[in-house]
Design a protein. Structure first.
Length: 157
């Protein structure tokens, strides 16, 4: 049973490892993964701030993670990764909407997403609008699709 919850103190390393497994699922080579390492890191300092949320299997084991960074009325979806065995389980959709609701509760009006090309269709299905290609935050010379999601689309529970 899928459950969305706040990340717990001490989970950053396990959540980072989940992000790495999820990114590697797309067949990136070791050099690419090394260059991406900083963008796959979940910070222990962000957990008590309430900006990191987890999808777990109902027994407490994380199967996905998302975090946001707030800058005024704009939130950035810093990470959203699902463990490869859980891809297709609904964890990504649940995390996306939970992250959007969190951003809206914190006062953001829109959510920006610098997406991996393999995740572009997912964000489009979630209702995000493609803005343009933008420079990668990890790989020099690489560009990635940049999306925006209107947080007024979220029903805040």
């Amino acid at each position: 049973m899928l459950r969305i919850r706040n990340a717990h103190a001490g989970e950053a390393a396990a959540l980072t490892a989940l992000c790495v497994r999820s990114k590697a699922h797309w067949g990136y080579d070791a050099a690419f993964m090394r260059m991406s390492a900083a963008t796959l890191r979940v910070s222990e300092a962000d957990i008590p701030a309430g900006r990191v949320i987890v999808a777990d299997d109902g027994a407490g084991t994380p199967i996905g993670v998302a975090s946001i960074v707030l800058d005024g009325d704009v939130a950035d979806l810093d990470v959203l990764f699902v463990d490869p065995p859980a891809i297709g389980s609904g964890a990504g959709r649940a995390l996306f909407h939970a992250a959007a609701q969190l951003a809206a509760k914190l006062g953001a009006r829109r959510l920006t997403i610098l997406a991996d090309p393999n995740a572009a269709r997912f964000y489009e299905r979630m209702g995000a609008r493609f803005l343009r290609n933008a420079p990668s935050d990890a790989i020099p010379g690489r560009s990635l699709p940049l999306y925006e999601y209107d947080l007024s689309l979220e029903v805040i529970a």
